[in-house]
Structures are given as structure tokens and as C-alpha cells.
Design a binder for this molecule. Sequence first.
Ligand SMILES: [Zn+2]
Length: 685
Amino acid sequence: MQHTNSKPLLTAMVGAIGLFSWAYFAAAAPSVSRLTPPSELFKSGDPNPPYIARFLPGQRFDLQATISPDPGQTIAAAQFFVDGVILPATVSWAPATVADKPANTVVVSVRAYANAAAGVHTFGITAVQSDNLPVAAVGNFQVVPVQPTGLAAKRIIIMIGDGMGLSHRTAARIMYKGISQGKANGPLSMDTMPFTGVVTTHSLNSIVTDSSPGASCYATGNKANNNQHGVFPDDTTQNGDNPRIESIGEYLHRTQGRALGIVTTTDLFDSTPGAFGSHTQQRAASTGICDEFFDERNATGLAVLMGGGRKWFLPAGTLGSGRSPDTDYVVPNDVASAWGVPAAGIDPARNLLGEFTAAGFNYVPDATSLNAVQSGTSKLLGLFNFSNMNVAKDKIDKRRSPSTPGVVDDFGFPDQPMLDEMATKALQVLDQYSEGFVLMVEGGSIDKQAHLMDSERWMIDMIEFDRAIERCQEYAASHPDTLVIVTADHECAGAHVIGASRVTHAQLLARVATGGGVAQVRNGVVGTLDQAGFPKYTMAADGYPVTTDIDFRMLVGYACNADRFENWLTNLLPLQNASHGIATSPPLPGYPQNPLQRDTNGNFMVTGQIADAIATHTASDIVISATGRGSSLFTGVMDNTDVFFKVARVALGDNRIITETMNLVGNPTRGGSREGVNPADQNQE
Ligand SMILES: [Zn+2]
């Protein structure tokens, strides 16, 4: 496919196009429809900041271009250049396989490129088609300066409350600590951190992100499309060949020898854990993502992996396995050889659990075995459920009544650990790595229960998350070379504390029992403003509410909600989200399948604003709190990708407070411009 006889022409073109003459070849017949990493210079011709793609010095990423020839022609040769110099690296070729591309469209890549020089770099592609007609395109990226002149934070703890908006924090504080005459009786653990900022959450292709780009920005420093993490988008349908960006775990393992820990309450393939240990354009590719955790453990330094998702670690065809060809993906040879990782195929029969244990991982299936993990254990794998772990409320209910069959028994996992227990053991293992570590701890079901509008369940998961934060703060207090940040990937459901009930629990039960709808379950119940007063929950010795069905309870409303019935009562059973547990087919008897099957007894339906069965994410900014070494950098309003560069700089000992590379630095020439509109054209509007 690739011919070399056009090289002199390509070289001449690089010299001719200069920095900003990107439009010169735009009218040429072959066309470049995508140039990666993404830039506004390529998309709209604007060479100014904010730069869409930014990297650490030496951080690796793939360069890629999609090139379409004229009808009847093929692309004969292509070369990448950076700052006017053709890259000597091998260009790999693949056909574009997405729909609607002209015949013979190719995707060409230079894999695992890196640039050590801080500053803005221009890069591009030159190509010729088979009749020697040329095309070229340019873009830019920034390498963020790092000056490691201070003390490095060798231990990095990134805590992500999935879907945790500001109101989720407020609700948890009211429930967990209580309010007296307007003053909180105490702070959440995350409230005690000395530095707090605000983070914007938009993804590469939408103002509203999902969890994959939401986590990927912290893992890679770059925006991703929704559904994608660890990669930039491309024009092939394969899920494992997208342009990669080196993650923080990979970068710090390769350059500093640090270990990686991933801990979550969700299924381990889920977006947040996935973004810290895999690279894929398909967040649902669960088999492939879990394979990548193992196959690329020597690139990431993976030493701790804990959560749900056991079904991806069991060979297809065995009890509980969910592995399938559809959810697996190929890591092609050009990616594998350039990045120094194994190529991967479609292999649902693989026994991933067996491979982990053979590679020296201590495997724990439940809380009892987790708590018994010996000091000196250097690699730990915990798989505590077939899919998402059960939520804190249902785990706590079982611990309080061990002999009573409960939700966790129905799901088949009666002995699941709490997140603070998982975080404690993760730190015990990672503490042994003298070069330091990156640990990501996710409270993953805050988001999932907010999607399901199960208010009490996400509030109790918030308490579980905050108790894990407390353990990590204790660790940081005794290890001063530690940075702890607590943030979210996005807000979920537009959840807000709207007030409190004006009636006792008994009165609420009686009103709901009438089936009187708005007249009984809303009017006279929902207390707003001064009618709300101060709901008071009592905590049990285990740290969780004795009951959430108190008199004059806190009430939550949703702004990005599906149709639902609301009776304000704590739901006895969780919704059986399709991703939960083994018993999805047939459904667990008695478990409601969606919010319209739940709470129908009061006959009070709240009409949703979105046409879906569940609530979903909003574009709202979220909060970041930080403590420990370098935490003073985490103030002000920042882009989510800025968080990555602050963390990485602190990890490397650059604790300067600098703003010139921040993505929220203004650009007057782009202000208010529409997506894809060349600023030069705006006066015609
Ligand atoms: Zn979500």
C-alpha cells in the first residue's frame, strides 16, 4: 500500500506549507478529514490557546490522520512531521472502516510519539495519491512545562465520587453530620481538606460527558469522546486500535517506577476504573478492558485491582462468566510493538483469574479474605461480585442482620467489603512500593443510584465514600509525600436537596397508603424553605444511619430525570439495574426493573424532562478538594484536564502555582465562536 517513490515530494511540501498555511492545500483533491491529536488549528484554523491536546514532556501519544483520495485513486504515501521535520518513525496504515467514508480512505498513524520540549508544537501530515496529487494538513498541541524543583508527591491518591455533584455532598453532610440552627454539626472528611476548587467536565464531543471521558481526562490530561477512554477518536470500527494517550499510571511507572492501584465499588470494566488501566473507544467492551488490565500490567505497574466484575475474569461457558467475543477487542500489532505491550486477540475462553494468580496476585473473593490479607502481600486482586458490587445500604443491612436473608444474598454475594476496607488494604499493599504509587479509589454507585433516582441509596454510598476518604487522609497524615484529591467525573441526575418532609414517618406512610397522588404525597408533605427545618438522622455504631425513614426526612428532587413515581420512602429493594449481579436473566423476583415500577402506591408521578427510563448526567461543574503535598494547586476554576497536569506536576516535584497553561485562560479571538466556525467568518453572522 505504501510507496516510497514520493518521498522527495513530501519533503518539499513540508518546507512549503509553513506554520499557518493550512488552507493552502484544502482545495486539493485528496482530503484529510481528521488529524489527531485534535486541535482547533486543524478544525477551524485558529492557532491560539486554549490548545485542545496537551501532554507532559515525554508523555507518549499516537499521531493519526484520516485521508481520502479522489474517486479511482488511492493514497500512495504519507508522512507525519512535527515543527517542520518529517518523523523517521514507521507510519502504519489501516483502511477507514466507519460508514460514509469515500472509497480507499486510509487511516495512517505514528504510534507512541513523544515530545520532550515544552511549548506549542505544530504537526501535520503530508500525503500524495496515486496520480501524485498532494494533500497536507496541520494542527498543534502543547507540551506543558514541568520544573521538578520541589519535593515530589511520590504517593498519589485520586478519589472519584462518580456522579458526585455539589448537592450530593450537601445531602451527605446533612444526613451524616446534621445541621443545628444553620451550622453543620461537623464536616465530611472531604470538607476538611484545605484546598477546594471547581472543575468543568465537558468531553471532546459534548457539553455533557459520560464517565469514560470524565475519568480519561484525569488519567491522560486529554479530552475524549463520550464512550471512549485513554484514546482519541478515529475512523475505524475496531475498539482497540484508536490513537492512544499514555495514562498517568503508565507515565509514572515508565519514568519513575511507580505502582498502580485501581479500587472501585462498580464492575471493574466500568468507565472510571477502565480509564486508569485501558485504552478503548468502547466503554462497554468489558472482556477486552479486563484483558488489558492484565496484559498491560507491566506498562501500568498494576499492583492492586479491586471491585466487582468477576464475570469477566472467568472463562466463557463457566458458571457466572460474562466473557464474549462481542465485548472483547483486538490490540493490533502496530499498537503493541510501538507501545511495548502484548498484542491481544478475541479470546473469550481465557481464564483471566487464573492468569492473575499465576502472575503472583493474591486473589480475595470476599470481605473476610480481604481483611485477612497479610502484610507483605505485594499484588492484590479482589473480585467481590459478578458485576457491580451491591451498594452500601444493602451491604450494611446484611452486616446488621447476618441471619436475615437480604439483598446481598439475592445477588449471591453476602460478604462484600465496604469501600473503606478496600482502600485500607490497597494502601497496605501499595505502601511497600518504595518508588511510590498512583491509587484511584472510586465511589462508583453514587452515580448509578442517582441515575436510578434512589436517593437514600446514593446518600449512603456518599457516606461510604467519605469514610474511605477518611482512611486515605489518615494515610496521608502519616506519609507526608502523599497528595490526595477528591473529585467527581461529572454531576449525575441534577440531584438537589429541595427541602424536607413536613410530616412524621407514620403520617407519610398513611398518606402514601391513600394512593392520593399530588394531594396526599406532595401537597402538605414537601416542605420548602423554612418549612424544611433541619432533618436529623441518627448514626449507628457502624457509622451509617440507624434508619433513613425518619420523621421530617430530607427530600431530593432531580433536574435531569426520567418519569418516576415518588413516595419519599426508602426503597426496600434496589432497582435491578441490568448491569447488576448474575440473576439478570430471569430477573430477580420482586425487584423493580425501572423507576416506573417502583413507589407506585402513592400514585404521585413526577414527569421527567428526558425521554429515558432513568435520570442522567448534567453539564454542571463539580468540586475538587485536595490535601497533602502540592494540594495548594487545586484551587480556582479549572478544566478537568488541568487536574491531570496539576497531579502530574506535583508527582514530579513541580509545585509552582502557574496559570499560563490552564485551559480556562481566555482567548478573545475564539470567545463565543460556534463549534467548527472559523473566527474569520464570524462577522458574516
Ligand atoms: Zn453515570
